[in-house]
Design a protein around this ligand. Structure first.
Ligand code: JB2
Length: 221
């Protein structure tokens, strides 16, 4: 892994700003060069005193993978596809994504975290966990011992994974949802906000309600 501090955040919306706020609070770790965004109206504006420099083309034309590391500021509400595409596109060009870990998150040293994972303020990750690449553990989410979370997934604010839960790639666990211990949530699933999941959820399903009812995910949402 490169050891340089210079970073650019991709996306200057709600999630990008959460990350910018954390990055600016850790000057020993990061120098925030700027944001990039595809919204031309945002380009040239300043966020927390830092410029929105241009779009993704501006980034690739002006910064090589040796100049900066990237932070994926594209969040997700229900579908993590765009976030995944952005990560994979820049990876294919040789860029590296750095992890962002809030000073207010509590992480066991006996857990491992993938490239570009983001652990936001108030989140807790207990021992024995494996968190994949480009995954978000968002504000005050709780991940108990020995959970395995795949790549490009999002554990939204206040969600709870009890011990020994597994979550597949590209799955969204909604705000305040609870998954009881030992369950397997497949890849590409949506667990709706506030759901209480008490049985395994097959890949490509939606789990909604208390206790959660499981249905096939018919369309990309
Ligand atoms: O391909 C892209 C691209 N696609 C969208 N490249 C770049 N550089 N930027 C892109 N964007 C930009 O991401 C949009 O123009 C917009 O400025 C930003 C997304 O902002 P938004 O606030 O709509 O969503 P978000 O992903 O930051 O936040 C969602 O997910 C978070 C986890 C929100 O729902 C938040 O409430 C939530 N906390």
């Amino acid at each position: 892994m490169n050891d340089f501090r210079r970073v650019i955040i991709i996306g200057c919306g709600g999630h990008g700003r959460v990350l910018g706020d954390i990055v600016l609070s850790q000057p020993e770790r990061f120098e925030l060069v700027g944001f990039v965004d595809r919204n031309t109206d945002a380009i040239g504006s300043r966020i927390f005193g830092v410029s929105v420099l241009g779009d993704d083309g501006f980034l690739t034309r002006n910064f090589t993978p040796s100049d900066v590391r990237l932070i994926n500021g594209i969040g997700s509400v229900r579908d993590t596809t765009l976030r995944r595409k952005v990560f994979e596109m820049f990876k294919s060009l040789g860029y590296e994504f750095c992890p962002v870990i809030s000073n207010g998150a509590r992480l066991s040293k006996r857990s491992v975290f993938g490239e570009g994972c983001q652990i936001i303020t108030g989140a807790v990750v207990q021992h024995g966990c494996d968190v994949g690449d480009n995954t978000i553990i968002n504000t005050s989410a709780s991940v108990d011992h020995d959970c395995v979370i795949g790549n490009h997934s999002h554990i939204a604010p206040g969600a709870t994974l009890s011990g020994l839960v597994s979550v597949g790639d590209g799955t969204h666990i909604g705000s305040g949802a609870t998954v009881i211990q030992g369950l397997r949530i497949g890849e590409g699933c949506l667990v709706a906000a506030g759901a209480v999941v008490v049985s395994d959820v097959p890949a490509g399903s939606i789990a909604m309600g208390v206790p959660a009812r499981i249905t096939a995910r018919q369309v990309s949402i």
